[in-house]
Design a protein around this ligand. Sequence first.
Ligand code: LLP
Length: 452
Amino acid sequence: MRDVLDQHCFRYSADAEPQLMCEEVALSTLAKEFGTPLYVYSKRQMIENFRSFDSTLKASGKEHYVSYAVKANSNIELLRVLAEEGSGADVVSAGELLVALAAGFPPEKITFDGTGKTDPEIELALKAAIHAFNVESLEELEVINNIAERLGLRAKVSIRVNPDVDAKSHPYISTGLKENKFGIDMHDAREAFVYASQHPALEVVGIHVHIGSQITSLDPFIKAARSTVKFVNSLRVKTGIVLEHLNFGGGQGIHYRNVVQHPMLPPDEYGDEGEYVPSLSEFVGAVLPILDQTGLKIIFEPGRAIVANACALLASVLYTKSNSLKNFVITDTGMTELIRPCLYEAYHQVAPLTLRAGDLMRKVDIVGPICETSDFLAQEREMPALKRGDQMAVLCAGAYGYTLASNYNLRPRAAEVLVDGDRYWIIRQREIIEDVAGLVDADRLRLKSLVG
Ligand code: LLP
């Protein structure tokens, strides 16, 4: 079932040569004005995503807050939009904490995750008076206690448990199994809660569980919810420790297939509905009644579900070539802009910015210019014929796109543009080679004399 998260702000216009639009703006206009590779975000889609998450929870009548996982996309202009919507922020580094504070998230709605928080990061978060640290080990608890004591502050802690549940997602984005580095084994977690409750510089406020990302079945969520609730109840009975909140993490899957539809596009092998992904209301309907048995305030930390489908990454065709086995479309955009296909064999729909009647379909590999075999955006993909100069959009690139981008091959990171109705503006400039390469003034002068 598709739900409100899929009311996509990227769609084709009704022209004879249909144009792919972001809200009221033709993507070809943006590609022309700003060049490619280019990340384009729909403000409306992002707001709709946040609101539908928030209102589905509100409708349940449960006390909750949505804490957007900043790692999915940390552009400050996008963060400002979410802060204004009333979202909290889930951060994993000093960088994310500072940008979240600068964007206007209230400290009491900021949680700090991560297996390897450094001492300066802990100190910074304590001074900022964030809502809670999601603590991942007994040793980390000890360190937070010592730093808080030294500063004369009290650290609010929420302990991340590992429920040993298979999220059935890609192994690299599954976090809830014993063999994963995340959280504290359920069997050892009680010790951590008792330790925290016995140290005056620590205040135990919650429990945290996050089993992975792009989870497309309800079963793992249900299993994790059940074992967390069982743990919370036995903690209360056996130790008398009463918590304030239960943070159930993020991980809600989204549709990556058949996101943009048009009769002139080849049919998706998964059919019109795309792949099966539980709707938000199915998710909430399945897990909330379980989590509710604790009576605790519930926090969710979605990242992908808020930003992924609010963005398209624009690319231009540089060359095409074929051999007896393959047709290659070589673009100016690759793993340096979007590493997900290479890293997780992730599927992203690729759609031409302009559709032309009569274009033949061809099975192609859409690849980038990077010197790596794994530098592909799509493989064996049926596409309308593409030639040098044609442009395309890689859809659902908003989560873990720009934030995982790199300067490999000394490529400057792409620019980012935000669209709101028929208005648009740059929210991050394209990097320039001189900065990326860390050139000093003398180098810049020498270059200027050589190439102008
Ligand atoms: N909470 C915690 C503790 C997390 O580690 C994450 C993501 C989230 C929330 C948000 O998860 P989401 O709702 O976005 O699934 N780079 C990978 C995804 C890595 C996810 C890391 N943790 C990808 O591109 O698929």
